[in-house]
Design a protein around this ligand. Sequence first.
Ligand code: H2B
Length: 106
Amino acid sequence: MPTPRLDDAAIAALPQALPDWRYDAQRGGTISRRYTFATFADAFAFMTRLAFEAERRDHHPEWSNVYNRVDITMTTHDAGGLSAKDVDFARAADATYAAAAAPSPR
Ligand code: H2B
């Protein structure tokens, strides 16, 4: 069964639900966030932890890493836009970041 897209009310509530993520209407809806770390090793450790989280959920980030930065974009391909899986993964990423040894301020 395809994953349902978020409805308009859920989209409108995103700034409250995920204050550090930016919504973009393109591609049926995406959310993005940049995480900044003290070092490359901290950034890569965060990615490693999230990679296992993604596998567990079968829901995977579009992401890139440059030195101490990790940029993540989430959308759900089979929904043709944003779904609750993206919001859940964003929450997991935020929790992983909050638990990281040395997050640095944005
Ligand atoms: N991750 C994300 N972010 N969106 C998807 O639509 C998606 C995914 N689909 N991971 C999954 C895998 C799909 O390709 C497999 C077949 O379930």
